[in-house]
Design a protein around this ligand. Structure first.
Ligand SMILES: [Zn+2]
Length: 189
């Protein structure tokens, strides 16, 4: 499969780098374009942002896992060039302070999943990462990590259908919650 990960990331001399990388060139092109759009939109809202981390090697992922900064042990969505950490820029320095819900709104309207709600604001999440955006749903991550799936340009994680097993598990509940109009009419009469 020819993907940005196979063709560019794996061949980059920084592939096994243990240090933080903030180079946009190591973001998959569509992800890069959306991140740049978000930064421009925030600027128009009067919020200065900066890219803190783009690509992340497996070695660095393991290091961050050990320190508790991530829940993913060996590879993450950053490793595939599909995630970016965007922080506030305060006098040129990165800042994690303040509310990042604006980033969630910008991410959602751009077609990226926000780490503040992982694309599912109705659910309580044990781990939140309000400076993180990614172009992949949580349901797609296993296939991404297995090398069997990579997003094309048209892919939008915000409109991606849930995993078939997830859909099957939730659809009976959805059917039950539908109102029964016949019964309603009967009660009125
Ligand atoms: Zn991140």
């Amino acid at each position: 499969m020819s993907t940005f990960y196979n063709d560019v990331i794996q061949k980059d001399p920084r592939f096994e780098s243990g240090t933080r990388i903030d180079d946009l060139a190591l973001l998959e092109p569509k992800t890069r374009q959306l991140v740049q759009q978000i930064i421009e939109a925030a600027q128009q809202m009067g919020i200065d942002l900066m890219v803190y981390e783009t690509y992340r090697s497996q070695a660095r992922q393991e290091e961050l896992f050990d320190s508790g900064a991530t829940r993913l042990r060996s590879v993450g969505v950053h490793t595939y060039g599909l995630a970016c950490d965007i922080v506030r820029a305060i006098r040129g320095e990165p800042s994690w302070k303040g509310d990042f819900s604006f980033l969630g709104q910008l991410a959602h309207s751009s077609g990226l999943i926000w780490g503040g709600d992982w694309g599912d604001p109705d659910r309580q999440h044990g781990f939140v990462d309000p400076v993180h955006v990614q172009r992949c749903t949580l349901a797609r991550q296993p296939a991404l990590f297995a090398g069997t799936w990579y997003p094309d340009d048209a892919y939008n994680p915000c409109t991606d259908d849930p995993h078939p097993l997830f859909a099957a598990a939730t659809s009976p509940a959805a059917a039950r919650s539908k109102p029964a109009p016949a019964a309603g009419r009967k009660q009125k009469s």
